[in-house]
Design a protein around this ligand. Sequence first.
Ligand SMILES: Nc1ncnc2c1ncn2[C@@H]1O[C@H](COP(=O)(O)OP(=O)(O)OP(=O)(O)O)[C@@H](O)[C@H]1O
Length: 254
Amino acid sequence: MSTQHLVQAEDIVLMHGSHLALDSSSFTLPAGGVTAVIGPNGSGKSTLLQAIAGILEPSAGRIQVLGASVEQMRPRISYVMQSVVYPVGTPLTVRDVVRMGRFSTRGWFKPFGADDRKAVKDAMGLMNIEDLAHRHLEELSGGQRQRVYVAQGVAQGHEILMLDEPMTGLDIVSKRIIDDVVHAETEHGHSVVLTTHDLDEAAAADHVLLLNGSVVASGPPEQVLTREHLETVYGLGALHSPASALVDPPHENC
Ligand SMILES: Nc1ncnc2c1ncn2[C@@H]1O[C@H](COP(=O)(O)OP(=O)(O)OP(=O)(O)O)[C@@H](O)[C@H]1O
């Protein structure tokens, strides 16, 4: 019996206009658990998430999500961007922003039901932002705002949660909260794909995809986070990383 992949990409090329963001790449990501997408700045991580979420169409190649086309799967994916831009002066409260997540689930024109109110309340509880419910988004710190965006993604209740750098710039408490939420999602059988610059976070994932303008490696952390791969992608600086994640390739004679 063949395993169903969360993502199956065949020779995909991703462009922003005439700018090549990800050169021809083929890889699979497993369904369930956490996949960490890593790589240097500009290596194509956010672009790849956009393609999986159906926001950016590949210029070549094919992406399938859970065996279906991206268009078919788009309503089943929650996607939380690195930074969300709302027009300056938009008087959105934290609760409004989290509620907006439900529109993608139930459509824009149906009135809110009890299930929507529960999803919003639960997501705000999980992200520990109930106290901020009536604050305006623009009054919040960067870390507080980040928690609101993740709550919006969780409120959607979809089986695939994609988070672009959810931990960047967060204090240890906020990181812990997001980490707990990510693992709660996987316990419900959902799949989480997140981008990160933290090799320790990547080492804690179930699967790692290493990018550098194309896919360099894809597999379990111990196969991807090797000195060889990291030196190739990051240069010698990787050796001075405090990450406990670095793995030496096995010696042939031991
Ligand atoms: N809207 C855009 N228009 C043109 N080029 C873009 C656009 N967005 C990204 N790029 C380019 O595509 C490449 C990949 O960018 P991407 O944002 O996917 O990288 P990243 O790995 O997520 O980087 P970071 O770690 O800095 O967030 C980069 O060279 C970037 O300059």
